[in-house]
Design a protein. Structure first.
Ligand SMILES: Nc1ncnc2c1ncn2[C@@H]1O[C@H](COP(=O)(O)OP(=O)(O)OP(=O)(O)O)[C@@H](O)[C@H]1O
Ligand SMILES: [Mg+2]
Length: 311
């Protein structure tokens, strides 16, 4: 039985098709990445999974439980860290976690869950904030509390919608260590993030959404292997010759150009030389997930049968 099953999921908002026939399964124990640009439909898919929005068509199951007809069981199986910061300003951090546990039937009176709550607080760097009011916390700390709230009932399936947005470097590392540990212990993880190096490091498989459709789905290693494999990176003050524009990404002074092989690297360097460009700090390395992502999002549609998507 899959941990999460999306079958022909459609969601329309008026004329907008936020999800357009999305079908894939996430197996138990996977660390799965859901990537896509702003507005691709990631949060919409997670909202339907969480029962916060109703699909216009299709079915979604969590460990076999339909999210509509078997809502309570499906919801209890999930721990969801929402993208938007929502919190009740009147409670302390510990109270908020106890109450959240109570929603899912974890006994609060006997404080039976307190050892786990303490472990969550320690692992998320919140131990000294346990008695602080939610409204006294910084944005990044509120996000940590949302993560703790999602985990308080020890859900088998953990869903994180951009959990590291606005979170500092140190917590990102501790958060990922903690989530990776839970994944090793058997929890299934579904992650959306715009930090593609996080997805590359953590996710065994990745689906990419574009305008509500799955445009790529494969093992992370296969996605990385199946693209332009070489990347030139350098700094330059002058404008890039126009014939290189299509395969380049320019961020300020930093230029990155994809190449498929050594011959293409020579050709690119030749074009730069002939245009009188002077690249500084030139590096030639392997393409990363960000390069793959941009190639898929900007490129023509790929044949889905080659990507392991079940019909
Ligand atoms: N409640 C709503 N009413 C109308 N349109 C909506 C609503 N929620 C989402 N949409 C639209 O659905 C599409 C998908 O939005 P969604 O929030 O799922 O994107 P996303 O992939 O999570 O993007 P981001 O990376 O910015 O979080 C967008 O076009 C958005 O405008
Ligand atoms: Mg979103």
């Amino acid at each position: 039985m899959p941990a999460i099953s999306f079958q022909h999921v459609v969601k329309t908002y008026g004329a907008v098709k936020a999800l357009d026939d999305v079908s894939f399964n996430i197996e138990q124990g996977e660390f799965f990445g859901l990537l896509g640009p702003n507005g691709a439909g990631k949060t919409t898919l997670i909202s339907i999974l969480a029962g916060l929005a109703r699909a216009s068509g299709g079915t979604v199951r969590v460990l076999g439980h339909d999210v509509v007809t078997d809502y309570a069981q499906a919801r209890r199986s999930l721990g969801i860290v929402p993208q938007e910061l929502v919190f009740d300003p009147f409670f302390t951090v510990r109270e908020a976690l106890r109450i959240q546990g109570g929603y899912f039937g974890v006994r609060t009176d006997a404080r039976a869950n307190d050892a786990w709550i303490d472990e969550l607080l320690a692992n998320l760097g919140l131990a000294d904030k346990a008695d602080a009011n939610m409204r006294q916390l910084s944005g990044g700390m509120k996000r940590r509390v949302l993560v703790a709230q999602a985990l308080v009932h020890r859900p088998p399936v953990i869903v994180l919608d951009e959990p590291t947005a606005g979170v500092d470097v140190e917590l990102r590392q501790t958060l990922w260590q903690f989530i990776a540990r839970l994944n090793r212990e058997g929890h299934t993880v579904l992650l959306t993030t715009h930090y593609l190096e996080e997805a590359e490091a953590l996710c065994g498989r990745i689906a990419m959404l574009k305008q509500g459709r799955v445009v790529a789905l494969d093992r992370t290693s296969a996605l990385l292997a199946g693209t332009a494999s070489t990347m030139l990176r350098f700094k330059m003050d002058a404008a890039l010759p126009s014939q290189l524009a299509a395969q380049s990404r320019v961020t300020g002074r930093i230029v990155q150009i994809t190449a498929h092989d050594a011959h293409e690297v020579e050709t690119i360097l030749g074009v730069l030389r002939n245009a009188g460009c002077q690249p500084e700090d030139l590096e030639i390395g392997r393409a990363d997930l960000e390069d793959v992502f941009l190639e898929i999002m900007n490129g023509p549609p790929r044949a889905m049968h080659a990507m392991g998507v079940a019909a």
